[in-house]
Design a protein around this ligand. Structure first.
Ligand code: SAH
Length: 355
């Protein structure tokens, strides 16, 4: 049964017409639905109208299954349960300039990055539009405060769920809906090059984040299987095209893993690669690298780089004209990085089943 939150405004109007109701009913229910209010509890609809609306559709939001609040910085991590029993994680972070939510785009992931917890069990399924929106609506309801920014950096590869993600992006900026400004939305990808070109054509004013993690094909292919399909040069060409089309700066994520990609030579090679591929005579693309000390995952054998190496790495980039920041850790006491809570919950379920 279709969830009403999967419809665009126009699709909702068609649905309303198809059940023999007047078009303005779509306007009546769209805004409340995007605030977390079911048409079932609206007092300006008759029982008969409600019955017709719910004959072939439902309205449901992800339910809070677990909630962890950081005592250090107020970061909130949710484990949401979906209608089919699957779980996803979302993290709400509070900054001085507003509240941002990190949402998941798939249940599991099939990209296979060596350092990542989300990919360990593979991909179960894509998230539907209602579940992408639902994470934000449910968190907003639970917190009782407005969320004004989104990062698509949770579980899953957003560009591997392209159609739903693009529909979601259209809906989330809708004036009658959540109305979140595109400049407050970032989408992070491991580098599905064909989809980056496609996304450039949609011309959203969002920030694209590229999970680069290495500047040579040799190292990148070792830790990110996607690199065997599209190498570093092809990826950076796509980034350049994205910037030329949208005018939006791109941010590069670089996870520092001790002994794998964190040496001074690695930093120099990264600077050289980015400068040579992205800064041509005709382009002044600003380049920003976000350094993330790897978050050790139980099932994986990667270690964080030392403080001195991280500092040196950032310095080398800065010397070569590349802005580098080290990602601040939020929610350290609640293990706020995505993927691990869902895995713990799954393991718990499996052991209960075995008992
Ligand atoms: N699939 C998308 C978005 C999800 S991952 C992507 O690849 O960008 C969000 C970010 O966290 C990515 O930059 C990813 O490489 C990084 N990441 C995954 N596991 C990590 C870990 N154990 N430590 C640090 N960063 C990690």
């Amino acid at each position: 049964m279709q969830n009403l939150l999967n419809f665009t405004y126009e699709e909702l109007e068609s649905y309303i017409l198809s059940i023999g109701e007047a078009k303005f009913r779509a306007k009546q229910i769209f805004a409340p639905m995007h605030k977390g209010i079911s048409p079932a509890s609206l007092t300006n609809l008759s029982a008969k109208t409600k019955e017709k609306i719910f004959e072939n559709a439902k309205y449901s939001l992800p339910r809070v299954r677990r909630k962890l609040v950081s005592a250090i910085d107020g970061t909130v991590k949710y484990l949401f349960e979906l209608d089919d029993g699957n779980c996803v994680e979302s993290v709400v972070m509070k900054y001085e300039h507003g509240t941002t939510i990190c949402i998941s785009s798939q249940i599991g992931c099939r990209m296979g990055c060596a350092f990542c917890a989300s990919t360990i069990g593979g991909k179960v399924r894509d998230l539907e539009v209602c579940e992408l929106l639902g994470q934000i609506i449910a968190a907003q309801n639970d917190l009782g405060e407005r969320i004004d920014g989104i990062v698509m950096m949770g579980i899953g590869e957003p560009l591997d769920n392209y159609d739903n993600v693009v529909k979601f992006l259209r809906l989330v900026g809708h004036k009658e809906g959540l109305n979140i400004g595109y400049r407050h939305i970032s989408l992070s990808t491991c580098g599905l090059v064909d989809k980056i070109y496609k996304l450039a054509e949609e011309d959203f004013q969002i920030t694209l984040s590229i999970s680069l993690h290495a500047s040579s094909d040799e190292i990148r292919s070792k830790i990110m299987p996607v690199n065997k399909r599209w190498g570093v040069d092809e990826l950076l060409d796509a980034c350049k095209a994205y910037f030329d089309k949208t005018g939006r700066r791109i941010s590069f994520e670089y996870t520092l893993i001790a002994g794998e990609n964190d040496s001074e030579e690695n930093a120099l090679a990264l600077a050289k690669k980015l400068n040579s591929k992205l800064r041509t005579k005709t382009s002044t693309m600003p380049i920003h690298v976000n350094l993330i000390p790897v978050n050790p995952v139980k099932e994986r054998d990667f270690k964080k780089s030392g403080k001195a190496e991280i500092k040196k790495f950032a310095q080398v980039l800065e010397q070569k004209g590349i802005r580098a920041t080290v990602r601040r850790t939020l929610g350290a006491d609640i293990n706020a990085s995505c993927g691990q809570l869902r895995r713990d919950e799954m393991k718990k379920e499996q052991s209960i089943e075995r008992e």
